[in-house]
Write a protein that binds this ligand. Structure first.
Ligand code: SF4
Length: 196
């Protein structure tokens, strides 16, 4: 019999709630399992992820796993390591200014809390301002980035979006890459590779 986690995964995969908002067929792209060590929550899949059905299969993903996490693609795409989800599980399409539309918040309200409940990860990583604001609407973004947080009593790390479009933020806060990132990388490597 299908357990409730598998049922949830199938329900999310079948979700087409945003068809009319997007104007095209929604394609939920996420991966991982109930025992993934890290639950990673970003904003929404990019167009390339939408087309290839592979999470973070874009320039941002490359920077995230190779430069920031400093782990191999094999370790990143190992379902026992990462459950990769987002505020919006589908690519939302382009807005009138040429950027991607904001992820639909109701997607997180409907699905994300159920995933958080099921996935027994050791830590949570939030990526991007939009994801951070969903969970911590009253705390300034830099404060979230430079301090460990908690969701449901679980250690939570907040990262800026690794997109190349975010250069201004990286220039404004150079201590993110020089000071905070090494601390974060240490936590991630401990969770992934420590036997304890
Ligand atoms: S974005 Fe979320 S709510 Fe909208 S169709 Fe995709 S899975 Fe469903």
């Amino acid at each position: 019999m299908e357990n409730s986690f598998d049922k949830l995964v199938n329900e999310i995969k079948s979700c087409r709630d945003c068809r009319n908002i997007f104007g095209f067929e929604p394609n939920p792209v996420f991966s991982g399992n109930e025992n993934s060590k890290i639950l990673q929550i970003s904003q929404a899949p990019s167009q390339n992820v939408h087309k290839t059905n592979k999470c973070f299969n874009d320039v941002s993903g490359k920077k995230l796993r190779n430069e920031w996490y400093q782990i191999s693609d094999k370790d990143f795409y190992n379902d026992d390591n990462f459950y990769i989800s987002a505020i919006g599980h589908c690519y939302p399409g382009k807005s009138s200014n040429g950027g991607d539309r904001k992820p639909p918040k109701h997607c997180a309200d409907k699905w994300l809390w159920q995933e958080i409940k099921f996935v027994k990860s050791k830590i949570i990583i939030l990526i991007g301002r939009y994801s951070a604001q969903y969970f911590f609407p009253k705390i300034e973004f830099p404060e979230l980035i430079f301090n460990n947080q908690k969701i449901d009593d679980k250690l939570t790390i907040v990262l800026p979006h690794p997109s190349p479009l975010n250069q201004r933020w990286f220039k404004k806060y150079p201590e993110f890459e020089t000071e905070r990132l090494p601390e974060i990388r240490k936590i991630i490597h401990k969770v992934l590779y420590s036997q304890k």
